[in-house]
Design a protein around this ligand. Structure first.
Ligand code: ASP
Length: 324
């Protein structure tokens, strides 16, 4: 009996007083200019970032798991019309919304991902169901939606995802695409939401959800649902990315950052800076990441004009920011 008690104390992975909790979230990187957003939209965006941060942090404060905190954040941001995920997603070339998401548990390396969804209200919940309730990691399109039906997840009519703001953005992009040699800068074309969380057991998790890029065609899938590219978590490092997905896939961005920590002795923040500020732009891509390490240190580098972001680090310091 005494031995059992002692081993419970020694080997218990429960929350300890000196294990910090922390959370970082993003609502996408890109050409985000104060002059274009306007005061009332900026206030609404900040309110939703704060609400999502609070929702996730409450889970952690109550002793909940990093996975649940990251999920709570992403659900809240998917439900907000201001971010390119769930409601408010960007439009494809043929004027539809196609959604992608993924989630990863750093402690066990379990992961779930979905792509090409058109009717699931919260794609991150389906990614989580794939991880926890199927033997697979990734499901796409009609098959993923059939699985969602079995899991009794909420379906919506495709029109649910439409907002006037995104529709006008789509019409503009379409008109520009029709003009010879005229194109919006690519960083106007995207946006995504994500979260990285550290819980009281010292476990990390990462989650990402997106509508992808404006005017995407042919069933295009970006980095957000690709484990290792847009989302990755292990025992020491968690990353959720946003940016020009093709580059993030080619550079395996999220996994590369964590590999630099695991094999290269880098801090998570230095690894994220090297990948986001040097390697991605060197190839011609752009975007940003949010990262966390197991001590609750947050980093949120980006190489675009702005990135919607917020965090409460391991010391309890809160930040909500949009511009550089
Ligand atoms: N990375 C996403 C994609 O390429 C878009 C974004 O993060 O802004 O689909």
């Amino acid at each position: 009996m005494r031995y059992m008690l002692l081993s419970a104390i020694l080997f218990c992975s429960c929350a300890s007083a000196d294990q910090p909790i922390a959370l970082a979230i993003h609502g996408g990187a890109g050409t985000i200019l104060r002059s274009e957003i306007g005061d009332s939209r900026e206030a609404a965006i900040r309110a939703d970032l704060n609400a999502a941060l609070d929702a996730g942090y409450k889970v952690l404060e109550d002793g909940g798991e990093a996975l649940d905190a990251a999920t709570a954040v992403v659900v809240r941001l998917e439900d907000s019309p201001y971010f390119n995920a769930g409601k408010g997603a960007v439009f494809t070339a043929d004027g539809r919304n196609e959604l992608d998401a993924s989630i990863m548990d750093g402690a066990t390396r379990r992961a779930g991902a979905v792509a090409g969804l058109t009717r699931i209200k919260n794609p991150i919940l389906l990614a989580r169901a794939v991880m926890e309730r199927s033997p697979h990691v990734m499901m796409i399109g009609a098959g993923a939606e059939a699985f969602a039906q079995e899991m009794k997840l909420e379906f919506v009519a495709p029109a649910y995802f439409k907002t006037e703001h995104r529709w006008q953005e789509y019409l503009n992009a379409k008109a520009k695409a029709a003009q010879p040699r005229a194109a919006l800068p690519i960083s106007n074309y995207y946006g995504t939401v994500g979260a990285v969380a550290l819980d009281g057991k010292g476990h990390l998790a990462a989650a990402t959800s997106t509508g992808g890029m404006v005017m995407k065609r042919y069933g295009r899938v970006g980095d957000a649902p690709i484990i290792g590219a847009g989302t990755f978590a292990d025992e020491r490092c968690a990353v959720s990315a946003t940016g020009w997905g093709e580059f993030f896939i080619r550079m395996n961005v999220a996994a590369d950052i964590c590999a630099r920590v695991a094999y290269g002795n880098s801090s998570v923040a230095d690894a994220a800076d090297e990948v986001v500020l040097n390697r991605i732009p060197a190839l011609g891509g752009n975007g940003g990441v949010i990262t966390l390490d197991a001590k609750g240190r947050v980093s949120m580098p980006f190489n675009t004009a702005g990135m919607y972001r917020a965090a409460i680090d391991g010391e309890g310091k809160r930040v909500v920011a949009i511009y550089r």
